[in-house]
Design a binder for this molecule. Sequence first.
Ligand code: DX5
Ligand code: ZN
Length: 226
Amino acid sequence: MSSQKHLIAPSILAADFAKLYDDIIMVNESEADLFHIDIMDGVFVPNISFGFPVLQAIAKHALKPLDVHLMIVDPDRYLKTCQELGADIITVHYEACTHLHRTVAAIKELGCKAGVALNPHTPVSLLKDIVQDVDMVCLMSVNPGFGGQQFIERTYQKIKELRALALENNTDLLIEIDGGVGTANAGKLLAAGADVLVAGNFVFSSDNPKQTIVDLKAVDPTIHFA
Ligand code: DX5
Ligand code: ZN
């Protein structure tokens, strides 16, 4: 884990879309660091979330960086759109990119941070020849497509392997964990080497989302898992 404090990225997928503005303001006023925005196409994943008009609407009010997670096939088609609409980080799936090196370069040429997401079955070792080029790796700790799923325990091992791979290659990157994250597993995730915790239902289904974000931000891996 890098020395800086971990980042919290509430996943807007779990917000109440009928009062999205209120939820955006809540995140703005909270201790959260990023907005995590899940875009799905019903092809790469068996669900459709929301598209670019919603990203645009979020960007209009969001005061924190936008972490856009593209769960779509052939994401190259929409990188420029994402950047124009205000994405700061664009994450594409390893499994959705035939020419991942080119895609990562294209994201960086747009001036955005480049993220690569791995499905739970995809080994970290496959990133060996791209790890130096990416700013963030998103380890899916559920199968992508839906919020509220159960965390996959194997993720801890993948975090350790990824941190080791980054060190071996003399590079630093953010390790983001997406799916089933809450205060019950946050300490162990951070102790394993995670930097960014995405949390959807754990935040938005709680009685006091702002306080829940404080709780996630306050998790100290050295206390829980020294
Ligand atoms: C799943 C999405 C996640 C999701 C996480 O496909 O990529 O970002 O919103 O939701 P929770 O935290 O509820 O598992
Ligand atoms: Zn996501």
